[in-house]
Design a protein around this ligand. Structure first.
Ligand SMILES: *[C@@H]1O[C@H](CO)[C@@H](O)[C@H](O)[C@H]1NC(C)=O
Ligand SMILES: *[C@@H]1O[C@H](CO)[C@@H](O)[C@H](O)[C@H]1NC(C)=O
Length: 474
């Protein structure tokens, strides 16, 4: 019996040691286990059948300090915290970006300032990006007047990975970059369309102007001739046509964007990655020189095909000059219903990243039939090196079996300025964070190995002695 226990002890110690040295991903040295997460709720969105809520929230709940964001996931939930399916409330989009607010200033940011950004129509009256009280912190590019978000998604948010792999993260609130006397805050925009009881769900989520009975945009300007649908017709407080006789009375409810953040405290083992967003409707042209004036329309219309001869695929292409050098470590597209696929290529046609919509086929939240419930994303095994001035092209395909208004062809990428140090010949355990912990870890493991060997030796000798006695007695 005693012998059995000792053998188990040796086995246990050896297994423990093996586990410690061979599973670095769960080991004590990875950044994995430094990841923190928290779940927050936005202020409420009040919705009723056919209603549109396009809300701008300031000073959102967010982790504070110098951190590295690793992921941002979101979904709409009701008062009880229950996920709301897209066929009840369509999440047209959400996006977040930070801003600096002057300390002690009691002035609330003017909503118009933020409305000029992030999927929305421009207010002709307010073209200012900053006042002395507010400075918006934008992403790396390219559409600096519209698509400036750090994270943004839409109906696909439940099944689209936003995770940023180690050792990268989006650096937030570096104290050296914060202007004196300002604090760092977050802004959130959520656009949701309640389609309970509406006549035409797809028409409402594609923002058909007729269904909204809208002839002027949010700022009272007449719609462009021929404009059939899009954000100019489904702004805040517009109303999509509801079936006659549908009882609207008791159906008002409060919804919330529930968002889950993952982050790490910033340190020198984390490598910064920057966000860039490409828009297939960008009117930038190389002929203009390397000016970085990007006029991004964000939305476009897919006309129905005339025959089946062309395969009924709407193909839209664009190319852009890269304003950065670095390595693409993540990519994901944003498409609406009808989307087939989007891809990013080098000038020579070499593929960099392909992203495809996933469609639901049920009723439950996350699997709503006919809706885009996810987008596949890319995590290139070898980060894709891109050089300043290089041209990349974006191709976005939609089905044109039926027409679509207000569709989008965006491509979001994360770019790291530097890669991790090349791997040395040391075993994995001792490599990753050479500067900070390797010496201590090395000592700790050496001592541990020594102890295990010692115990094993002692036990083995005792056991042999015991075996000897036993053999004598037999
Ligand atoms: C549509 O708008 C017009 C003018 O704004 C208004 O007179 C009409 O009653 C509206 N129709 C519906 C169905 O709401
Ligand atoms: C888009 O469709 C065209 C024509 O069918 C095809 O050649 C191309 O590869 C497609 N692009 C993507 C990104 O799927």
């Amino acid at each position: 019996m005693a012998r059995y226990h000792r053998r188990s002890l040796i086995l246990f110690l050896i297994l423990a040691l093996l586990a410690l040295t061979t599973s670095p991903s769960q080991g004590f040295l990875g950044t994995e286990n430094k990841i923190k997460s928290a779940v927050f709720l936005s202020p409420k969105l009040v919705t009723s059948p056919g209603s549109v809520s396009n809300s701008y929230f300031f000073d959102m709940d967010f982790p504070r300090g110098h951190i590295g964001l690793k992921g941002f996931d979101a979904e709409l939930v009701d008062e009880a915290g229950k996920p709301v399916p897209l066929h009840e409330t369509y999440l047209h989009h959400w996006n977040v970006y930070p801003y600096y607010a002057r300390k002690g200033s009691s002035k609330l940011p003017r909503q118009e300032m933020f409305k000029n950004h992030g999927f929305s129509r421009k207010d002709p009256e307010t073209s200012l990006d900053s006042t002395s009280d507010i400075i918006i912190a934008k992403n790396g590019g390219l559409c600096m007047s519209t698509l400036i978000y750090y994270f943004g998604s839409a109906s696909e948010t439940r099944h689209t990975s936003s995770y940023i792999p180690d050792p990268y993260a989006i650096e937030i609130d570096n104290p050296e970059e914060r202007p004196d006397g300002y604090e760092f805050k977050w802004h959130l925009n959520v656009h949701a369309i309640d389609t309970r009881g509406v006549e035409d769900k797809r028409g409402c989520l594609e923002c058909l102007c007729d269904l909204y009975n809208v002839t002027v945009d949010e700022y009272g300007r007449a719609l462009r001739p021929g404009y059939k649908g899009g954000l100019a017709c489904c702004y805040d407080k517009t109303q999509c046509r509801v079936k006659s006789g549908f009882d609207n009375g008791e159906k008002t409810r409060n919804l919330y964007l529930k968002y889950t953040l993952r982050w790490v405290d910033w340190d020198n083992t984390v490598l910064p990655a920057k966000v860039y967003v490409f828009d297939v409707t960008d009117s930038w042209k190389r002929s203009v020189g390397d000016s970085q004036e990007h006029n991004c329309h964000v939305e476009y219309e897919v006309k129905p095909c005339k025959s089946n001869g062309d395969g009924c695929i709407d193909v839209k292409k664009n190319s852009f000059m890269m304003p950065f050098s670095g390595y693409i470590i993540y990519g994901v597209a944003h498409q609406h219903v009808g989307g087939i696929r989007a891809a990013l290529y080098r000038e020579n046609g070499e593929g960099i990243c392909t992203s495809m919509p996933k469609y639901g086929n049920g009723v439950e939240p996350g699997n709503e039939a006919g809706y885009v419930v996810g987008m596949t994303s890319c995590y290139p095994a070898d980060p894709v090196k891109v050089s300043y001035g290089e041209t990349l092209s974006l191709e976005v395909n939609y089905s044109s079996v039926v027409g679509h208004t207000g569709v989008m062809g965006l491509f979001y990428i994360l770019v790291a300025q530097q890669l991790p140090e090349p791997e040395s010949s040391l075993p994995y355990l001792f490599q990753a964070h050479a500067e900070s912990v390797s010496v201590l870890a090395f000592l700790a493991v050496t001592v541990l190995v020594a102890v295990v060997v010692l115990i094993a030796a002692v036990v083995y000798r005792r056991q042999n002695r015991e075996d000897g006695y036993q053999s004598l007695s037999t």
